[in-house]
Ligand binder design. Structure first.
Ligand code: F6P
Length: 498
């Protein structure tokens, strides 16, 4: 049964968006936040003063400020795994001990980068980074977003155990000039270890005598990396209390720091730190992650939205939706609360999205005229990333803004319903002044904190991920022939694998 705070939220009613704007000339300013070179405009959502007040009351009841402090203080808020969640310490915001430890590990990372740049491991032109989930998505996003004009190293990030993915990298790279980076928090992930074994083999076959001498391991379990054969001097550890999907700030960011340069990596951390301080100190109605989480919950709890869509109107951010899928769905795709009892309400919506303007010609039909209510988020950059004539970027941005306006305004057409647009469809926009490491750091930290606020208000633990275990175990057991599958699965295995 809902608490009085949830009942007040469930009872919220919001007029049409256009009415909200007509009634309040200051609406844009009221529902916008500027921080760290990012402009967050949540005015085209149905948030109202009443909604904010109702969510603030829920936040109080759920002790959001206490839990936020516990996060920053490094208390063991990940109760099911009995540990803290200390990704903010990586960017200098956390307990003194954790910040000092993160600083020490960063110094070690930097020293190895300096050594590689000085060719201590021989001449390196290619970085083959092997990892999956949180050990791949973050570095991939960073390098794709910020590394387009960099020619220091060519980087391939391989995650899938499908050999086609490895073969693609092998075809591009020279094994004698490749640094093999194995990223795995646990150093037990079967896909990663199999891919790494194949990569070593490829290096040996390609004439590298001491292939292990070109291996760097990024992990929270250095002993396992040593057991696997990696030399201790090339293991970059990070704290167990940094979750996989929150780990790009730690040594998992190594390929990005190497490819983009140490200075860029530091700026990334600083940008995230600025967002941390904003999240920690700003009042709820001026706090970007908190405001965004209130809107998220408004749509899932009041309006029954089951998905939310993120469209990057910038080619450099094309990997953002996949990054967010892991962050949001692995964190908050839960059915039981932190106390183990059923949550009893919808938790994380499905996060999906794509790149504008491509997506306009593929999926926006449903956004404008479909039957699902889908809160949309646009992410755009003011400063162009390209050097082509201005009209490319202008077209891109105008398309982005026009989509938000069209979703909200709609267009009646009684004579021809197929050409009618209901309108009143919500969107939020994040406008980045310049896409540099600082801004990207702040953007990612914003998403992390928003995910955390959603979790706290729903009463769930965003830092475990037991949902991924069952399938892994069954695949392992199947490989060892030790599992009786259902008839359909048995038949599929027989057909495909004999
Ligand atoms: O299977 C899920 C998961 O544990 C993610 O949480 C994690 O990011 C990914 O696998 C990779 O794990 P690891 O870094 O330990 O190889």
């Amino acid at each position: 049964m809902s608490s009085p705070d949830w009942r007040a939220i469930e009872a919220l009613r919001a007029p049409r968006l256009e009415r909200l704007f007509a009634d309040d000339p200051a609406r844009v300013a009221k529902f916008s936040v500027d921080i760290a070179g990012l402009h967050f405009d949540w005015s085209k959502t149905h948030l109202t003063g009443d909604a904010i007040a109702a969510f603030e009351s829920l936040a109080k009841a759920q002790d959001l400020s206490g839990k936020r402090e516990a996060l920053f203080r490094g208390e063991p808020i990940n109760a099911t795994e009995g540990r803290a969640a200390e990704h903010t310490a990586e960017r200098g915001e956390g307990s003194e001990d954790s910040v000092a430890r993160a600083g020490m590990l960063h110094a070690r990372m930097r020293a190895l980068i300096d050594a590689i740049e000085a060719e201590a491991l021989g001449p390196i032109a290619h970085i083959l980074h092997i990892g999956i989930g949180g050990s791949a998505l973050g570095p991939d996003l960073l390098i794709d977003a910020l590394g387009r004009d960099e020619d220091r190293y060519e980087v391939a990030i391989v995650s899938n155990v499908d050999g086609c993915a490895m073969e693609e990298a092998f075809a591009r790279f020279d094994p004698t000039a490749t640094l093999l980076v194995i990223a795995s928090k646990t150093f037990t992930t079967t896909e990663t270890l199999l891919n790494a074994t194949s990569a070593l083999e490829w290096m040996r076959e390609g004439g590298v005598e001491d292939a292990y001498g070109r291996v760097v391991a990024l992990t929270a379990d250095p002993d396992k990396a040593v057991e696997w054969g990696v030399d201790e001097t090339r293991i970059l550890p990070f704290a167990e209390s940094v979750g996989g999907r929150y780990s790009l700030w730690s040594s998992i960011g190594f390929p990005a720091a190497l490819a983009l340069g140490w200075e860029a990596f530091e700026e990334l951390l600083e940008g995230a730190g600025e967002m941390d301080r904003h999240f920690r100190l700003a009042a709820a109605h001026e706090n970007a992650p908190v405001l965004a989480a209130f809107a998220d919950l408004f749509y899932t709890q009041v309006k029954g939205a089951q998905t939310r869509a993120v469209f990057a109107y910038d080619e450099r951010l094309r990997l953002l939706p996949s990054y967010l899928q892991q962050l949001e769905m692995e964190s908050n795709g839960k059915s039981v609360g932190a106390d183990g009892t059923p949550v009893g309400r919808a938790t994380a919506p499905v996060t999906w999205g794509g790149v504008g303007t491509d997506a306009q010609h593929a999926v926006f039909q449903l956004l404008h005229q479909g039957t699902h209510l889908i809160p949309v988020e646009f992410v755009a950059v003011v400063e162009p990333g390209d050097a082509l004539a201005d009209d490319h970027h202008e077209q891109l941005l105008l398309n982005c803004f026009a989509q938000g306006a069209a979703l909200m305004k709609g267009r009646a057409n009684d004579a021809d319903p197929a050409r009618a647009y209901a309108g009143d469809r919500p969107s939020a926009t994040i406008l980045i002044e310049v896409l540099d490491p600082r801004a990207l750091g702040a953007l990612i930290a914003f998403y992390e904190h928003r995910t955390f606020v959603n979790a706290v208000l729903l009463g769930i633990n965003p830092f475990d991920q037991f949902g991924v275990e069952l399938g892994k175990e069954m695949a392992k057991a199947a490989g060892q022939g030790g599992l009786d599958f259902d008839p359909s699965t048995t038949d599929l295995i027989k057909r495909a694998l004999g």
